[in-house]
Every structure is written in C-alpha cells, then in structure tokens.
Design a protein around this ligand. Structure first.
Ligand SMILES: C[S@@+](CC[C@H](N)C(=O)[O-])C[C@H]1O[C@@H](n2cnc3c(N)ncnc32)[C@H](O)[C@@H]1O
Length: 218
C-alpha cells in the first residue's frame, strides 16, 4: 500500500506564539459559535486552538492551495471533533467565498446556522498582504459578524506616538522590499478604517516579540 505524501508545512513561529495568543483568545472570544480563521497558513494554529477552545467550532481558511493541503494534513494527524476542513477564502474578495455558499465538505449551511460565526481571527496577515486585503477583512467581518462579534488580529503594528522597535522597523523595511504594498499597518489608521465598517477597538494587548493582539468588536 502506498501512503499519501505528507503535505504538512511547518512554521516555527506558530509554536512560539500559540500559547500567548490562546491566552488572549480564551479571554475575548464569545463562548460559542463558529470561529472563522482567515489565512490559517500551515494549519498548526488551527489544530492547537480548536480543541483548546471547544465547544466553539473552528473553521480554517486559506487562499493558497498548498497551504490548504497542509491544513488538511495537520488535521488528519490531529483530528478534533470541532475542527472543520479548510475552505478557500481570499480576504480581499467582496463578497467572501463563504457568503457565496462555499462550505467545508463536513459542514452544511444548517450546521453554520446552528453555530453561526461569532468571531473572525487573522494572525500575521495584514502586514503580509496589500492594504486592500486589510480593508476586505474589515468589510467581511462587518458583514458576517453579529452585533457583539469579535475580530481578532495578531501581528506587529505601528502604534501612534510610539517609535518602532529596531526589529519591527527592519521587518517593515524587509516586507516593503519584498512587496511595496506590504508593511506594518498603522494602528490609528486601522482603527479609523474599522470604525467606518462599524467595528470598535475594544482591546490592544502587548504580546511577546513586539507583537500586539488587537480586538475589535462589532
Ligand atoms: C505569514 S502567513 C501567516 C499564516 C498563519 N496565520 C500563521 O500565523 O502562521 C500569511 C498568510 O496569509 C495568507 N494570505 C495572504 N493574502 C491573503 C488573502 N488575500 N486572503 C487570505 N489569505 C491570505 C497567506 O497564504 C499566508 O498563509
């Protein structure tokens, strides 16, 4: 018998940041519903967070087919009853695929009606994508979240009136070198864009390695 090739990809940072992020998620996520993870990457966060945050359902998503395969492979090795298969979702799209009826194979529209999306999370996305993707994320969260629902963002940001640390400045410059449309986002500008979509800044927490947890509430 030939076994399927292991499509798991590995991002070492996920093992460093997952526990501090989980601590914040446990405090800020609504106690039930479906958590839609945007830009799930390798899937390592999804397999770690889903069982720790049950009974909420965890719905990973990606726009990169190789990473969708990685999420499926990690989920195959670490199944959890509340962890769904990933869906294809480009955060810059309007509407999002899930609004146009794309669901994971193990989930029906009725399942999602029983456990509606109560929070959306995006870890290390908006600085590694054009600003239009951040705007698409805010607009999608505004359309999908119920009143009181949470949009959680994690990553490095530019904070008003605070100089960037040398490591974040170097990271910002390296991102802009790779793609001039990428780079650390200004928290004040993000807050204004979120407010224009009906999302209020609820909490900003310092995280290890000069990152922030940013919690927005619909
Ligand atoms: C630095 S990785 C972070 C992945 C994962 N969240 C983590 O922390 O390990 C950035 C991710 O954003 C995804 N991405 C970039 N642009 C996107 C978009 N427009 N919509 C959805 N995902 C996107 C990439 O495929 C990649 O998985």
């Amino acid at each position: 018998m030939v076994s399927a090739p292991d499509r798991r990809q590995y991002a070492p940072a996920t093992e460093r940041n997952r526990d501090p992020i989980l601590k914040v998620l446990q405090q800020v996520l609504p106690p039930q519903g479906t958590i839609l993870e945007i830009a799930s990457g390798t899937g390592q966060h999804a397999i770690y967070f889903a069982p720790a945050l049950a009974p909420r359902l965890w719905l990973p998503s990606e726009f990169d087919p190789e990473l969708q395969a990685s999420i499926l492979a990690w989920r195959h090795r670490h199944p959890a009853a509340n962890l769904m298969a990933p869906i294809v979702l480009d955060a810059g799209d309007r509407p999002w695929s899930i609004e146009a009826g794309t669901l994971p194979p193990d989930c029906t529209a009725a399942d999602l009606q029983r456990e509606p999306i109560s929070a959306i999370i995006a870890i290390n996305l908006i600085h590694i994508a054009p600003w239009s993707v951040a705007l698409g994320l805010l607009a999608g969260a505004s359309r999908l979240l119920p009143s009181g629902g949470i949009l959680y963002l994690y990553g490095p940001f530019i904070e008003p009136d605070k100089p960037l640390t040398p490591s974040n400045l170097a990271f910002h410059q390296s991102l802009q070198f790779r793609n001039p449309a990428w780079g650390l986002r200004d928290l004040g500008i993000l807050q204004a864009a979120a407010e224009a979509e009906g999302l209020q800044l609820q909490q900003v927490s310092s995280m290890p390695a000069n990152n922030l947890s940013v919690v927005l509430r619909k």
